[in-house]
Design a protein around this ligand. Structure first.
Ligand code: BGC
Length: 269
């Protein structure tokens, strides 16, 4: 089934049609900059543009870089503060006339990686961390997602970890790979110590350059780059929408159920 996946980030908004059963992109990506200021009205306008670009009338699966519960935004680290308390689902549905599902961006990327990518069939505790404008996190225990973990906002050196260790900090402060790698090492070591994962999956656009910085990160848990790289958000957003609007209950992000759901669908076809 085709679903329009839209990944809303602090810097860019990307959309593509996705085959939600196989995780494949069916079209090229359409990308625009996130409007600044990134108010609900301005972002909704862009979502409308993306939907019109694909002449889409079906289901839309959106990701958003904040805590999301039942379509409502509960935080705003890298988007305009006026998002807090906004029902993004209702806003985007009113703008597009489509049925819209919305989940946290890192949770969506994690779902895609657990079902089709680097976390496939990995038992135990898997943590996906996305390095971009902020640091996003998705925590899985035996394939079950604990949504909205927000590990990017752990305290580090008396401040917010993502301010020091996100990919945006590397660019903003013009850090060498080694300097950034040391900060990442401090951050990943803290998460490793606190949660003892069996695997770290590292996502975000910069994960394609993983040879440049993985060597500085010394964690007990192995570190692997995301397989879907920058497409994981679009694909995961579409997958979550597919499952949530069908048999899998609202707000149930159990990836095993989502995986079973996708496998049954594939077998049917
Ligand atoms: C937000 C998270 C988001 C992450 C990556 C953080 O600043 O608080 O909700 O997942 O950035 O976009």
């Amino acid at each position: 089934m085709a679903i329009l996946g839209i990944d809303i980030g602090g810097s860019g908004i990307k959309g593509a049609l996705v085959n939600a059963e196989t995780g494949e992109l069916l079209t090229d990506r359409f990308r625009t900059d996130t409007p600044q200021p990134s108010t609900p009205t301005a972002v909704a306008e862009v979502i409308g543009q993306v939907v019109r670009h694909f002449e889409w009338k079906g289901i839309v699966g959106c990701t958003f870089p904040a805590i999301i519960r039942n379509g409502v935004v509960f935080s705003a680290a890298n988007v305009d503060k006026s998002w807090i308390g906004t029902n993004a689902k209702k806003l985007f549905e009113a703008k597009t006339g489509c049925n819209v599902t919305i989940v946290n961006d890192a949770d969506a990327a994690g779902i895609a990686e657990m079902v089709f990518g680097a976390g496939r069939d990995v038992p135990g505790v898997v943590i996906m961390l996305t390095l971009g404008t902020g640091i996003g996190s998705a925590l899985f225990v035996d394939g079950h997602l604990a949504p909205n973990t927000e590990l990017g906002h752990l305290e580090m050196n008396g401040g917010d970890a993502e301010q020091q260790a996100a990919e945006s900090a590397r660019k903003r402060e013009d850090l060498s790979w080694k300097e950034w790698g040391k900060r990442l090492n401090q951050y990943f070591s803290m998460v490793d110590f606190l949660l003892s994962p069996d695997l770290f999956i590292v996502g975000g656009g910069v994960s394609k350059k993983h040879e440049k910085f993985f060597k500085y990160i010394e964690t007990r848990a192995p570190l692997v780059p995301a397989k879907m790289r920058n497409h994981a958000g679009i694909i995961g957003g579409a997958m979550a929408a597919h499952a949530l609007t069908h048999e899998v209950g609202e707000m149930d992000f159990d990836t095993q159920k989502i995986m079973e759901f996708h496998m049954e669908k594939t077998a049917d076809n």
